[in-house]
Ligand binder design. Structure first.
Ligand SMILES: *[C@@H]1O[C@H](CO)[C@@H](O)[C@H](O)[C@H]1NC(C)=O
Ligand SMILES: *[C@@H]1O[C@H](CO)[C@@H](O)[C@H](O)[C@H]1NC(C)=O
Ligand SMILES: *[C@@H]1O[C@H](CO)[C@@H](O)[C@H](O)[C@H]1NC(C)=O
Ligand SMILES: *[C@@H]1O[C@H](CO)[C@@H](O)[C@H](O)[C@H]1NC(C)=O
Ligand SMILES: *[C@@H]1O[C@H](CO)[C@@H](O)[C@H](O)[C@H]1NC(C)=O
Length: 390
């Protein structure tokens, strides 16, 4: 018989498993133990931990916020601040900014003034200045004139909003330090569309008289949706007055993960707080958070002037996430089937153990695979093993 023939023949041989009962305690234990592992994996991890029997849906949510509080400060001519002054923009969405520190430059007009001295702007006479030079990092468009900046220094003159802002004068102690006592009301409505579940973070048992007086406290008032800014910042592991000087970004994280099975508890939000901008001591270039805005006025002659604010403060971001799960027939069947298919690996493990670790492995391997020769009728006589005996 040529190799080709036997190959073709082998292709059309029928293989059928034959049950070989091995009365060996060790092999039996390994088999049952492996089975037990698979069953524990299915029950413990797949069912209890992963909750693979559940249908899941992700949260759809909307957030509004309202900050309250008053502050007194010595900045510029503005001494009293209320919410319309320090919350920017005033809209109250899921991200809001509370002003805590600032550099105010009052009464700027569109005019000309000598720019701040630096190596490229110090000049001796007009020849050192280039008319129309527009340096994006400078403070305006140069006029080509060299003017007295002070009694000792001359610098190039620019067209700009003058007087120029003196950027270096950031107060060491935040001007609106009383912002730590401001409160924010967070209203959050969520939906799990697949399960038609609607919830608010203001639970049904909260009445408006409670809402008027309460303040979130993890141990005493965990359901109150009104947070003191200082508490938020300190739960995030930061010091409010520290953060207020140069600003920062803080996350208010609302976790709406729910188990909607009938035996599970209620579905309520869990709050946590985290600083989102990095504040690492070995990377302190450009720290904090700031931006500029201006308020515009017109004097009696109709000339426009403005007050420029460089605003430092804390931006709060409300981040809502969550997944809801509820028992579902389809995921149960699919996941149970997938998990139980691991049972088919059990004989592989047991066979491997049988054929490599046990003392009588040669005997087992001789009986494990056998060819039936159809012309022979006495059983056992024609068997030969395909495993090499060791
Ligand atoms: C504000 O100014 C008043 C009087 O000018 C002073 O007594 C007070 O300490 C100042 N407050 C701050 C926070 O600088
Ligand atoms: C600029 O300063 C010089 C010397 O300090 C002085 O003589 C001159 O009058 C000043 N020019 C103007 C326009 O103030
Ligand atoms: C915030 O409120 C507390 C108690 O009401 C008060 O002791 C504290 O001085 C206030 N903080 C500021 C910066 O005003
Ligand atoms: C509001 O709720 C608080 C506690 O949750 C309760 O003590 C108070 O009596 C309630 N007020 C009204 C008017 O229902
Ligand atoms: C929460 O309330 C307890 C008891 O009244 C109080 O000791 C604790 O300081 C409060 N926590 C905060 C963050 O205000």
């Amino acid at each position: 018989m040529s190799a080709w023939q036997s190959c073709v023949q082998y292709l059309f041989y029928y293989e059928t498993p034959k049950t070989l009962v091995i009365p060996n305690i060790t092999a039996g234990c390994v088999f049952r133990f492996t089975q037990l592992l698979v069953v524990l994996y299915v029950l413990g991890y797949v069912c209890l931990v992963q909750k693979a029997y559940q249908d899941t849906d992700s949260v759809v949510s909307t957030v509004t916020t309202k900050v309250k509080g008053f502050a007194f400060t010595n900045a510029s001519s503005i001494k009293y601040f209320d919410v319309a002054d320090y919350v920017i923009p005033p809209q109250g969405g899921s991200s809001f900014f509370v002003l805590t520190n600032m550099i105010v430059t009052p009464h700027q007009t569109r005019s000309r003034c000598p720019t701040f001295p630096n190596p490229s702007s110090v000049c001796v006479d007009d020849c050192d200045c280039i008319e129309g030079l527009n340096d994006p990092r400078g403070s305006g468009i140069q006029t080509g004139l060299c003017e007295n900046f002070s009694t000792t220094v001359k610098t190039c003159e620019v067209i700009s909003w003058c007087p120029l802002e003196i950027d270096a004068g950031l107060p060491e102690h935040a001007l609106l330090d009383s912002a730590e006592n401001f409160t924010v009301l967070i209203k959050n409505s969520i939906t799990y569309p697949k399960f038609k579940i609607h919830r608010r973070n203001i639970a049904p048992h909260i009445n408006s008289s409670y809402l008027r007086s309460c303040e979130f406290n993890r141990s005493t008032d965990p359901d109150c949706p009104i947070f003191r800014l200082k508490d938020i910042v300190s739960e995030a592991g930061e010091d409010f007055q520290d953060m207020a000087v140069k600003g920062g970004i803080l996350g208010i994280i609302i976790d709406w993960s729910c188990n909607l099975d009938w035996w599970a508890g209620k579905c309520s939000p869990k709050y946590s707080f985290r600083r989102l901008d990095s504040k690492s001591p070995n990377n302190d270039a450009a720290p904090g958070y700031n931006f500029r805005f201006a308020k515009y006025y017109m004097d009696q002659s109709g000339e426009e002037f403005r007050t420029l604010f460089k605003a430092y403060g804390i931006r709060f971001e409300v981040i809502v996430y969550g997944t809801a799960g509820r028992f579902g027939m389809v995921p149960t069947i699919v996941n149970l089937g997938a998990a139980l298919s691991f049972l088919s690996l059990v004989p592989v493990v047991a066979d491997w153990f049988l054929l490599t670790c046990l003392r009588k492995r040669d005997l087992y391997s001789r009986h494990k695979v056998s060819y039936l020769r159809e012309d022979a009728d006495t059983e056992g006589e024609t068997m030969h093993t395909s495993y090499g005996t060791k």
